[in-house]
Design a protein around this ligand. Structure first.
Ligand code: M6R
Length: 608
């Protein structure tokens, strides 16, 4: 994740931009940079490492432009050196970028055939060159950006300034957040309210697909179809920045929508996008190839992330995995051979049962690895090593972005294990890593099904009971769908392995109980379709969550079919988490429930 700030000002802006970047440093500090325009001339300063290095450069060679953009970087593509630092510039423009441009390789190849030259290893430079190419074809800056944006795939936010244009900045949001600030004869662009707080108290959040034209006295916001749109302005109060709901009614909604960005950030931390391989940012005090088994313990949604990872570790690394809910494991007196790996998963890092299990495993001589979101938590402190999920603060009690970030980290670990054990070839690793890099973009696509899901939620809200079914990694996801639905809507929901249906739960099928089936087109798709036939034959009403191919081949009547974009089967559970979260959310909202603070629950369960 990177931080973006822009100021269309009336006095030299470099100092203010650096101040704003300081508040964005939590988003990355691999490098930083500022570009400004003075009498139409572009100039920039960039520095590797922390912001103070940039400040030194600026003190030696100040910038005096009154319109400028700044960036603090968390490297995804290319080393964290000065060459790769933002803003990236051509003779026509400078651009800052947060997120990943997935199709940068094919765009770069296209531009090279047109004679464009590249200086960096970044995906961002492709954006700079593509807009420049369009301008060289005679398009004015706004039009050049407008034709470029639809060609970019991935989850990203962008900010541009242009040579010779002293009253123009363009911001664009596609899966990564971006806010507009309104001042007195000045306008601003920022990754979040926190960045803009000292500059203005009036901001508007861009929605996905929006792009904005900022001038000193006006801001025009267009949606992804190019239509002029109005986005509500908010007064921001000091002290409210950390727990800011943005344009959303609930934190849960915001956290669902943040997922393309936060998952992108997490995977950028664990994979080398350019090389297409996992590079763990931690030193493991053990070697995966020496392990005979992994024991996983966790609670609730974190347990279900662990259960999905069991499929990954066993399939990719051929290593047996035992998994328990921590409240059982801690008292089970499980025999553990010293020197094996005990893996714990927790958002808070404070869950009492998981912590007790961790202490048990530690006393049994296990290597303790925790996948946690709060790096200062007790579990983090008591583990031999932690793999941070980097999801940021999760306020909604129903875990959403922490879950998909846990999955991202666990998949990276399973891939690393497969490589270390010689069970995953470099080619297969690249295929899966490339699929993983595509996940933020697919999650953005999945979020576009929200309106359909919102309408469907009205039907679901009438049910007293709901059954979720799935096979393979869709089975733990079915359990998660049921958990999400019950915890915030209070509708009784059960998750089952689809193949278990005929061993009992099929007796429950009737017209009153929706049966939600998660079935991407994978190796067990046809088996799941057979189970759906069994439900349909008994008058059950099916809601099918599948992908484009699955929707074509399912061949049966459903109450509704939610069609996800195609994803590689290994990464599909991360993408398919989105519709089950949205369905739970909208059902609960429609029923008037307290979505962020559901009854009887707490965010961090520090008692048994
Ligand atoms: O902080 P943790 O991840 O250890 O919490 C575990 C569970 O309490 C948590 O996932 C809970 O199930 C959520 N409310 C689910 O949405």
């Amino acid at each position: 994740m990177c931080g973006i700030v822009g100021i269309v000002g009336n006095e030299p802006v470099a100092e203010q931009i650096v101040e704003a970047l300081r508040r964005l440093e939590y988003r990355g500090y691999d490098s930083a940079g500022v570009a400004t325009l003075e009498n139409g001339q572009l100039d920039r300063r960039r520095a590797e490492g922390k912001l103070r290095n940039l400040e030194v450069k600026l003190s030696q060679a100040p910038l005096s432009g009154v319109i400028g953009i700044g960036h603090t970087r968390w490297a995804t593509h290319g080393k964290p050196n000065e060459t790769n630092a933002h803003p990236h510039a051509t003779d026509r423009l400078a651009v800052v970028h947060n997120g990943i441009i997935e199709n940068f390789r094919e765009l770069k190849a296209f531009l090279e055939t047109k004679g464009m030259r590249f200086e960096t290893e970044t995906d961002t430079e492709v954006v700079a060159q593509l807009v420049t190419y369009e301008m060289r074809q005679g398009r004015p800056p706004i039009e050049a950006v407008a034709v470029t944006l639809p060609r970019l795939r991935g989850a990203f936010a962008l900010g541009f300034i242009f040579s010779g244009e002293d009253d123009l900045m363009i911001g664009a949001r596609h899966g990564a957040p971006l806010a507009i600030g309104y001042g007195d004869g000045e306008t601003y662009l920022g990754s979040d309210a926190l960045a803009l707080a000292p500059l203005t108290d009036e901001i508007a959040y861009l929605e996905d697909g929006d792009w904005a034209i900022l001038r000193h006295k006006s801001v025009d916001i267009h949606d992804e179809n190019g239509q002029l749109v109005h986005r509500p302005r908010h007064k921001i109060l000091s002290g409210s920045f950390i727990a800011d709901k943005g344009n959303y009614r609930h934190f849960m909604a915001k956290e669902i929508h943040e997922q393309p960005e936060v998952v992108g950030r997490t995977l950028a931390h664990y994979v080398n996008c350019t090389a297409g391989r996992v590079e763990l940012p931690i030193d493991l005090p053990f070697d995966f190839k020496d392990l005979k088994r992994i024991s996983i313990s966790a609670c609730g949604t974190a347990y279900l992330a662990g259960l999905i990872s069991k499929y990954w570790f066993e399939r990719l690394a051929r290593i047996p995995v035992e998994i328990d809910v921590a409240s059982e494991f801690r008292y089970r007196e499980a025999p553990m051979e010293p020197g094996e790996l005990a893996l714990f998963v927790s958002q808070s890092g404070e869950t009492a049962d998981t912590l007790a299990s961790l202490r048990y495993a530690s006393a049994e001589g296990q290597h303790v690895l925790s996948v946690v979101n709060v790096p200062t938590s007790t579990m983090a402190r008591e583990s031999d090593v932690i793999a941070s999920t980097l999801a940021g603060v999760e306020v909604g009690v129903a875990s959403t972005k922490a879950f998909t970030c846990q999955l991202t980290v666990l998949l990276a670990l399973a891939i690393a294990a497969g490589r270390a054990r010689g069970t995953l070839s470099a080619e297969d690793e690249k295929t899966i890593v490339d699929a993983l890099i595509g996940v933020p973009g697919l999650m953005s696509e999945a979020i576009k099904r929200e309106h359909q899901i919102e309408i469907l939620a009205r039907e679901v809200s009438k049910a007293k009971d709901v059954l979720y079914l799935g096979r393979g990694t869709s089975y733990p996801l079915a359990l998660e769908g049921a958990l999400k639905l019950k915890e915030i809507s209070y509708i009784h929901a059960e998750g089952y392995a689809a193949g278990e249906l005929k061993h009992g739960p099929i007796a429950l099928i009737d017209e009153a109980m929706p049966v939600i089936v998660i079935a991407p087109h994978d190796s067990v798709f046809e088996k799941t379709v057979s189970n759906m036939q069994e439900v349909a034959a008994r008058g059950g009403r099916i809601i099918l969550i599948t992908d484009e191919k699955g929707a074509l081949e399912a061949g049966l009547d459903t109450m509704a079919t939610i069609v996800m974009p195609m994803a590689h089967p290994i990464v599909a559970p991360i993408v398919h988490a989105v519709p089950i979260q949205l369905l739970a959310y909208h059902t609960a909202v429609f029923m008037g429930k307290d979505v962020d603070q559901p009854r009887n629950l707490a965010k961090s369960v520090t008692v048994e």
